[in-house]
Structure formats: C-alpha cells, structure tokens
Design a protein around this ligand. Structure first.
Ligand code: HEC
Ligand code: HEC
Length: 224
C-alpha cells in the first residue's frame, strides 16, 4: 500500500469510528431522561426533608451515604406505605428494637419523604442494588417449594422477617414461630395482626383466599 492510500485509509477509519461514537452518544443522551420519572414539587419537598434530618448520615441511596443503616433506594418496593409512615414518625413505636432514633418527623414530612422514595425507587438503576439471594433450606436442598413457601416469598414476608438466617429484622424471627403460637393464632394473625397484637405494624393479608391463607399457615405451623 502506498503512503497516500495508507493515509486515506487512516482518515476513513477515524471518520467512521467518530461517526459511531457520535451516534451512540446521541442515543445515550436521548435515553437519560427516560431513566427517571418526572420530578414533582412533592418529590422535591421530600428531598429537602431527607437533607434536613441528615438521613444520609446513616443511610445510603443509590449507593452513596453512610453504611450504618440499610440502603433505601428500593425501600418503597419492599415495605408498604402505611408501615413506612408509622416507622418514620416513630421507629420504636413500630419495632421496639429499632436503632433509628425518633427524629421528630411530622405527618406531612413523612408523606413527602415517601413520595421522594417512590420516585427514587422508579429510577432505572440497571438492577442495583442486588437483591439478597432468597434461598430457603428447601431450595438449597434442591426440593420444590411448597405452596406456603412460595407465598411466603412472593408476598414479601422475607422483607420483614428473618427465617433460617435470611431476611429483614423489622418483625420477629420466624424460624421457630410455631413453638410460640398455635395454628389458629397464626392464621388469625395473618388476616388481622392488630386483633392479636394491639398496635401491630405488620400489614394485614386479608386479600388472601382461604386456600392461600391455609397454605401459608401450614408452612408457619411447620416452623417448630
Ligand atoms: C442515627 C442513624 C439514623 C438516621 C439519622 C436515620 N436512620 Fe433510618 N434507620 C436507621 C437504622 C439503624 C435502621 C434499621 C432499622 C433499625 O434498627 O432501626 C433504619 C431504618 C430506616 C428505614 C427502614 C425501616 C424498615 O423497617 O425497613 C427507613 C425507611 C428509614 N430508616 C428512613 C430514614 C429517613 C427518611 C431518615 C431521615 C429523615 C433516617 N432514616 C435517618 C438509622 C438511622
Ligand atoms: C412490613 C413488615 C412486615 C411484613 C411484610 C410481614 N410482617 Fe409479619 N410481623 C411484622 C411485625 C412488625 C410483627 C410484630 C408485631 C406482630 O406480632 O403483629 C410481625 C409478626 C409476625 C408474626 C408473629 C411472630 C411472633 O413471634 O409473634 C408472624 C407469624 C408473622 N409476622 C408472619 C408474617 C407472614 C407469614 C408474612 C407474609 C405474608 C409477614 N409476616 C409479613 C412485620 C411484617
């Protein structure tokens, strides 16, 4: 190849890849806005509350902050709104062992914070943070899940309860729950926690069919 041909080839390749670079950059820029929903006044107000109480002094969001307390990026996918509101206003009123102090958050501030968290949860983070591996003893052993075990996972009980070392710490550990309560108590409590534990912060699961409630209670009653 002559010098001239080599130079032309060099210029051509430079232009070719520069064009690809521009096209991909334009494509990325056009997608950025779609990765986060619109920011409303309530979302902004919630963010101001987040700063006012220095939540980031203990928590992380999108992975930045302090590692004293759980990451809150997807908190509204994990915990129901009523529960979060109660917790924010009075953590120990919900969970006597809570390490989070009562910060003096009022009702409006709590609502705004939750709107802010809902916005944060909708931001497309490419699957971050990774979900904990929801393995149960049965899965580890390779056996199929019973209907009760599947319900336990799909209804998000694991977000609040620890079972065989896996799960959240909001509610009591359930590994031996059947040694504390009989079947009737477990089934009744599931449909209406407050009737059994006054002021209970556990959401009720009234929406379950009788069959589902039975399956789940079978599972709970087997945890001796
Ligand atoms: C002094 C540290 C500290 C500060 C400040 C703090 N938190 Fe927490 N927070 C915690 C800890 C620790 C937990 C884990 C549960 C527990 O032990 O209380 C928690 C849990 C939570 C939860 C999850 C509750 C659950 O059951 O999953 C939410 C939501 C939350 N905090 C929101 C906030 C918000 C919003 C602020 C600021 C207004 C804030 N936190 C400030 C320490 C803190
Ligand atoms: C938002 C958090 C949350 C979720 C989700 C949740 N629980 Fe609870 N649970 C609690 C709290 C808080 C308590 C303690 C107060 C009470 O006993 O009602 C509790 C208590 C219990 C108890 C009584 C434990 C004991 O030792 O007295 C059982 C059983 C139970 N939950 C089962 C379940 C099942 C099954 C699911 C899923 C269908 C579930 N929970 C979902 C928060 C939750």
């Amino acid at each position: 190849m002559s010098n001239k041909a080599a130079r032309n080839l060099f210029i051509f390749i430079c232009i070719f890849f520069f064009a690809i670079f521009i096209a991909l950059s334009a494509d990325t820029l056009s997608q950025i806005d779609k990765r986060a929903p619109e920011i409303t006044d309530e979302v902004n107000a919630g963010k101001m509350v987040w700063h006012k109480y220095d939540c980031i002094g203990c928590h992380t969001i999108f992975g930045t902050g302090s590692y004293f307390a759980p990451d809150l990026t997807k908190i509204t996918d994990k915990k129901p709104k009523d529960y979060l509101k109660k917790f924010l206003m009075d953590p120990r009123g919900v969970n006597p062992r809570a390490a989070m102090p009562k910060l003096g958050i009022n009702s409006t501030e709590a609502d705004n914070l939750i709107t802010f968290f809902q916005w944060v949860a909708k931001v497309d983070t490419n699957g971050w943070p990774p979900k904990p591996i929801l393995a149960t003893a049965a899965e580890v052993g390779g056996a199929a899940l019973t209907p009760g075990q599947s319900l336990y996972q799909s209804l998000g009980c694991v977000n609040c309860h620890m079972l065989n070392g896996i799960g959240g710490t909001t509610g009591p550990e359930l590994t031996h729950v059947a040694s504390r309560h009989d079947r009737a108590w477990l089934q009744g409590h599931l449909k209406d926690p407050k009737a059994y534990v006054p002021g209970s912060a556990m959401p009720d699961f009234k929406q379950l069919s009788d069959q589902q409630a039975n399956d789940l209670t079978d599972y709970m009653a087997s945890l001796k």
